[in-house]
Design a binder for this molecule. Structure first.
Ligand SMILES: [Zn+2]
Length: 210
């Protein structure tokens, strides 16, 4: 992985600059993917799709803002904490946003919540409050409503929403031939039958990535 000079994202609210990592080259060696579709490419580090402006504290979509080249490097991806993505969700859903942006935003919230609260491989994790659990459930429900995706992915998010019977129902009706997908379907089913919403690693060597 070769680092280029940082990209300077221009905040659309205060015009302040935020430097983030920019690569000259990279590769997908060592990639890991979770059942909630979060991926980790240690040799292909990319900025988070939603960023917090360090100057005014507002949030914006990384790919929707003006940017400049910096004269220095940065390793910062601008990843958001659970509280930050919860704040970003509140701010960005108050304004008019495109459907794809909404999918990206809610998916990022779901993945960040999962990282914080329900990772199968995590040894110890805090317990979410009832309000946080409700907010999570609302995001998964909304994602299922607006996102047309393949049955296997839908089954996984039905499981994460706690709709276990519907999840198993989709898996029952699915025609899966590829061993890789068959294995994922089997794991989703096992968790659904245990009424578990924890996310798990689909592939990759790292069991601890967040
Ligand atoms: Zn700003």
């Amino acid at each position: 992985m070769t680092i280029a000079n940082a990209k300077l994202l221009i905040c659309p609210f205060c015009k302040g600059e935020k430097p983030v990592i920019q690569l000259m080259s990279g590769n997908t060696i060592g990639a890991t993917q979770r059942s909630d579709l979060k991926t980790d490419y240690p040799m292909l580090r990319k900025p988070s799709p939603v960023q917090r402006c360090p100057h005014c504290g507002k949030y914006f979509f990384t790919y929707a803002v003006e940017c400049k080249e910096a004269s220095f490097q940065s390793f910062d991806k601008g990843d958001l904490s659970y509280q930050e993505i919860a704040d970003a969700l509140q701010q960005l859903t108050q304004q008019q946003i495109e459907k794809q942006d909404e999918i990206n935003l809610r998916l990022l919230f779901i993945q960040t919540y999962n990282t914080t609260y329900q990772l199968e491989s995590a040894k110890e994790q805090p317990t979410p409050t009832d309000a946080e659990r409700l907010l999570f459930r609302e995001q998964v429900e909304r994602l299922l409503e607006i996102w047309e995706t393949e049955p296997l992915v839908r089954a996984e998010f039905l499981r994460e929403a706690g709709r276990f019977d519907e999840c198993v129902d989709i898996l029952d009706k699915m025609q899966v031939d590829e061993p890789f997908k068959l294995n994922i379907a089997h794991q989703i089913r096992t968790f659904a039958e245990q009424h578990s919403t924890t996310v798990f690693i689909i592939y990759g060597s790292r069991n601890d990535f967040v």
